[in-house]
Design a protein around this ligand. Structure first.
Ligand code: AMP
Length: 435
C-alpha cells in the first residue's frame, strides 16, 4: 500500500517522501482514511507505531481543504488542538506537524509549562492553526484569556492513558468544555489515541466521541513484538555494577535507563559518570533547558546513557533506540509497556533488559500477567544471582554473638546491666516495697 492510495494531497505526499517513508505503517493505513472521512476515532496504538503521522497527515489535509477567513478581531483562529501529557511529547508532535506540513501554509505552536508564558502570549497573537499543548499551561492561558479555543475544528487527545495517569483528567475535561460543539455547521472532530484502555479511558471516550471508528493495531496491553525482552535477577546493591558491566562489555552506545524516582535517577547518572560512562538524568525537577540539552546530546550520540523517570521519558522519540534498561521495575505494569516502547520503534529491533531484585518480583508478576507472557530470565557471568535461593535473612549480615553474664546468666542485652558482665553481683535481692 502507498501513501498516495490513502487520498493524501501532493504537498503532504512530498513531505512524507522526504522523510524517507515508503509505505504507511498499519496504524497509518487505518487511521488516515478514517480521519479523512470526518468521523471521530478511538485508536489503540502504542508509541513507535507511527501514530503521530496517523493523525497529523489527515489533519493537515482537512485543514488545507477547508480554508477559513480571519476573525472579526483580525486574528486567525486556532483550528486544531492536540493535547499531550508531557513537554517532550508536545515538542515532538509539533516537530512532526512542521515536518509533514512544510509544503503547506499552515502554522503550528507548542505550549507547555516550565518555560516563560510571555513568549507564548506573543506567539498566540500571530497566526496559529495547530496548537500542541499540555493541559496545565493551556488552562493557564484560558484563565488569562490569552488563548481562544472557540474555533477548534479538530481535537486530538494523544497518549490519553498517560494523561489520565498523570492526573490530568479534570484539566482535560475543563479544556473540552471550552471547545465549540461545531464550527461553521460542521461538528468538531475528536480523535483519541491511547496505548491501553482502562475503564477511565473508556468513560472518557464514551463522553467525548460520537460513534467513533475503532482501530487497534497491536493487541491491547501487549508489548511491541520487535523488542527482545530479558530479565536479569540481581541483588539491589549489585545493580549499578551490573549495569556498568553490561554497558561496557556490550559496548552499548545509546541506552535509556529507567529509575522509579527523580533522586534515584540523579544518583545513578552520577555513579555511572564515576564508572567512566557519560550519563545525564532527566526528570520533572530539571529545567526545560537541561532536559532539552540532555535529550539532544543523547540523540546526537555524545551522551551514552540517559537516565529517566517514567514521566520524563514519556513521548521521547529517539529513532531506533537500541537499548532500554529498567534499572527498577515500575510499580504500574502499564508503564513497562510504555518504557520498552522506546525501543524497537516503527519496525526496528531493540532490546529491553530489566534488572529485578527480590522485592520487585511481585511487580514482575504483574507485568507478565499484563503482557500475557513470561519474560526470559538470563544470567550475566560474574553476576549470577538466584533470588529463589536467597531468603531475606541470608541477605542480612549475621548478628554479633550475644554476651551472657557468667554470674546471673542473663544476656547483656536483655537482663544484666553490668559492664563488663563479669562484674555482676549476681541476682539482686528483691526489695520490699515501702508500705
Ligand atoms: P510515533 O509512533 O508516531 O512516535 O512514530 C515513531 C517513529 O516512526 C518516528 O520516528 C517516525 O518518524 C517513524 N515513522 C512514522 N511513520 C513511518 C513510516 N510510514 N515509515 C517509517 N517510519 C515511520
Amino acid at each position: 500500500m502507498s501513501f498516495a492510495s490513502l487520498g493524501l494531497n501532493g504537498p503532504i505526499l512530498q513531505a512524507v517522501e522526504e522523510c524517507g517513508y515508503t509505505q504507511p505503517t498499519p496504524i497509518q493505513a487505518q487511521a488516515i482514511p478514517a480521519v479523512l472521512s470526518g468521523g471521530d476515532l478511538l485508536a489503540g496504538a502504542q508509541t513507535g507505531t507511527g501514530k503521530t503521522a496517523g493523525f497529523t497527515l489527515p489533519m493537515l489535509q482537512i485543514l488545507t481543504d477547508r480554508p477559513v477567513k480571519g476573525l472579526a478581531n483580525g486574528r486567525h483562529p486556532i483550528r486544531a488542538l492536540v493535547l499531550v501529557p508531557t513537554r517532550e511529547l508536545a515538542a515532538q508532535v509539533e516537530d512532526s506537524v512542521r515536518t509533514y506540513g512544510k509544503h503547506l501554509k499552515l502554522t503550528s505552536m507548542t505550549m507547555f509549562g516550565g518555560v516563560g508564558i510571555n513568549p507564548q502570549i506573543s506567539q498566540l497573537k500571530q497566526r496559529v492553526d495547530i496548537l500542541v499543548a499540555t493541559p496545565g499551561r493551556l488552562l493557564d492561558h484560558a484563565q488569562q484569556r490569552t488563548v481562544d479555543l472557540s474555533h477548534v475544528e479538530i481535537l486530538v487527545l494523544d497518549e490519553a492513558d498517560r494523561m489520565l495517569d498523570m492526573g490530568f483528567i479534570r484539566d482535560v475535561k475543563r479544556i473540552i468544555a471550552l471547545l465549540p460543539k461545531s464550527v461553521n455547521n460542521l461538528r468538531r472532530q475528536n480523535l483519541l489515541f491511547s496505548a491501553t484502555f482502562s475503564d477511565e479511558i473508556k468513560a472518557l471516550a464514551d463522553g467525548l466521541l460520537d460513534k467513533p471508528k475503532m482501530i487497534e493495531v497491536a493487541r491491547r496491553n501487549t508489548t511491541a513484538e520487535s523488542v527482545d525482552q530479558k530479565v536479569v535477577l540481581s541483588e539491589k546493591v549489585h545493580k549499578r555494577a551490573l549495569l556498568a558491566h553490561l554497558i561496557k562489555t556490550n559496548r552499548w552506545e545509546q541506552v535509556l535507563v529507567f529509575t522509579r524516582t527523580k533522586h534515584g535517577a540523579n544518583r545513578l547518572a552520577e555513579q555511572l559518570g564515576k564508572d567512566g560512562i557519560t550519563a545525564l538524568a532527566i526528570h520533572g525537577n530539571k529545567s526545560q533547558s537541561a532536559r532539552t540539552r540532555a535529550l539532544s546530546e543523547f540523540k546526537g550520540g555524545t551522551l551514552q546513557v540517559l537516565v529517566a523517570t517514567d514521566i520524563a521519558a514519556r513521548g521521547l522519540d529517539i529513532v531506533e533506540l537500541p537499548h532500554v534498561v529498567n534499572y527498577e521495575l515500575p510499580n504500574v505494569p502499564e508503564d513497562y509497556v510504555h518504557r520498552i516502547g522506546r525501543t524497537g520503534r516503527a519496525g526496528a529491533s531493540g532490546e529491553a533488559i530489566s534488572l529485578v531484585a527480590s522485592d520487585e518480583r511481585p511487580y514482575l508478576a504483574d507485568i507478565e500477567r499484563l503482557i500475557k507472557r513470561q519474560i526470559p530470565r538470563v544470567q550475566v557471568p560474574g553476576f549470577v544471582f538466584d533470588a529463589r535461593a536467597v531468603t531475606i535473612d541470608e541477605q542480612r549480615p549475621p548478628m554479633p554473638p550475644r554476651r551472657t553474664c557468667a554470674r546471673c546468666s542473663k544476656t547483656a542485652i536483655r537482663g544484666c546491666k553490668a559492664s563488663p558482665p563479669n562484674r555482676c553481683p549476681g541476682s539482686a535481692p528483691t526489695r520490699a516495697r515501702p508500705a
